[in-house]
Design a protein around this ligand. Structure first.
Ligand code: 3HC
Length: 387
């Protein structure tokens, strides 16, 4: 089995610099590659800040850890002496395929390419690179140093060795908030586990946000509906945090791969067109110019039905079981907790699933969103045998 010593992290953005930080903390030599020096400088500033903060806490020696990272603007030369590439570039299939091929054309014959795509098919990313058996997925959650989950994805052609090495590297990367949870994704299906589980909430979210907009209800009142969940971030804050463009492109991907019902709603489309992309542009649902907003949640909109949310997530989790993406609903719940710090749907919902099915059927009848129709695994209760 290949011994991974040097990792090229491709992309110095939010995800890339987080991955590079945890990789140097784990002891790997890292070359962080991007297309412009200003992106590299921004990424390095963030890594320096994070590592220095940890030195202040007495957890590491910054000079030693930072001594393990180099940067480059040239992927082809950076991969020459590398054992692995972890790619975190823009969510575009053509770009991902291109950099995967550049890796395989220029890297040593053992090099492994792991994509941090949020949704895209690992098999397709590797199909033209000449070595699809050495292509896998490694999906991190934002912010990488603080979120415990990494999903490791097997494409149709990924070899057992590549999958195992990717699992081992994922396990070796430290997390600052508890132990890493590595979720094996047995089939490359859109959104893998956590994003897929929550993707159809987008259908509900678009519906509710458009409704709130039509009624002139402020976003903080809509977020106030969710305060009861005590999640680490309210939904509109989280959408801003992740990026409105990410949600928008994600929705379009699901339209293409799963159903037209995922079409971005009026509100998200308007924000995308006006470049109100959230934290990265300073304005999204909220104003981020002075840091993370803390919405006043004293007045509720009263629009959100949590039973429908629970039903949508359980139904999608059942689809993941049906499609063979995972073998157990516990993995789905655990991955969601580790990836988003919120509980998954099964533990809480499994004992009243029949009631939830009824609610979901009513919602489908009201909105015509047939993608949400309860699947066989959910309707028959067969998922209960897959703990
Ligand atoms: N290096 C070193 N230390 C760091 C650091 C870094 N890079 N980043 C943060 N820290 C430190 C902070 O300084 C702070 O230290 P302190 O306690 O000594 O002050 C500590 O870590 C905690 O940081 P925060 O105060 O920011 O942490 P919070 O307690 O506010 O929690 C959070 C932050 C974990 C992000 C929490 O708000 C949360 O769980 N939010 C939900 C995030 C989420 O759902 N992410 C998933 C999004 S979906 C996704 O990513 C999928 C993709 O495909 C799009």
């Amino acid at each position: 089995m290949v011994d991974i010593k040097t990792i090229v992290v491709l992309g110095a953005g939010l995800m890339g610099n987080g991955i590079a930080q945890v990789a140097i903390m784990a002891g790997y030599n890292v070359v962080m590659v991007d297309v412009k020096q200003e992106f590299i400088d921004k990424g390095m500033a963030s890594i320096n800040k994070g590592v220095n903060r940890l030195e202040e806490k007495g957890l590491l020696t910054a000079a030693e850890v930072l001594g393990r990272i180099k940067t480059s603007l040239d992927l082809a030369s950076a991969v020459k002496d590398a054992d692995m590439v972890i790619e975190a570039v823009v969510e575009r299939m053509d770009v991902k395929k291109q950099v995967c091929k550049t890796t395989m054309d220029n890297g040593p014959s053992h090099i492994i390419y792991a994509s941090n795509t949020s949704t895209m098919d690992i098999t397709e990313i590797g199909e033209d690179c000449g070595a699809p058996e050495r292509v896998s997925g490694m999906h991190f959650f934002n912010p990488v140093p603080l979120m415990r989950c990494i999903e490791v994805i097997r494409g149709d052609k990924t070899s057992d060795e590549t999958f195992q090495i990717t699992m081992d590297v994922a396990k070796s990367l430290p997390c600052l908030r508890g132990e890493r949870y590595i979720a094996p994704v047995l089939k490359s299906r859109p959104g893998f586990i956590v994003n897929r589980l929550n993707a159809p909430l987008g259908i509900y979210g678009h519906y509710i946000r458009d409704l709130a907009y039509e009624k002139g209800i402020p976003w903080e009142q809509l977020d106030a509906d969710y305060a009861i969940l005590k999640a680490p971030m309210l939904p509109c804050v989280l959408s801003d945090y992740v990026g409105i463009d990410t949600s928008y492109y994600g929705a379009l991907y699901y339209v293409e791969k799963l159903s037209p019902d995922f079409k971005p709603g009026k509100v998200i489309t308007m924000m995308f067109n006006e470049k109100k992309l959230g934290r990265k542009t300073g304005q999204g649902f909220y104003d981020w110019s002075e840091g993370r907003p803390t919405p006043d949640t004293s007045i509720k909109a009263g629009l959100v039905d949590f039973d429908i949310i629970a039903a949508i997530r359980m139904n999608e989790g059942c689809r993941l079981l049906e499609e063979g993406v995972v073998k157990s609903y516990n993995v789905i719940d655990e991955a969601n907790m580790a990836g988003m710090n919120t509980p998954g749907p099964f533990e809480r919902g499994k004992d009243r699933y029949k009631e939830l099915i009824k609610k979901l059927e009513e919602f489908v009848a009201l909105t015509g969103k047939t993608y949400l129709t309860p699947c066989e695994m959910f309707k028959t209760g067969k998922f209960l045998e897959m703990a």
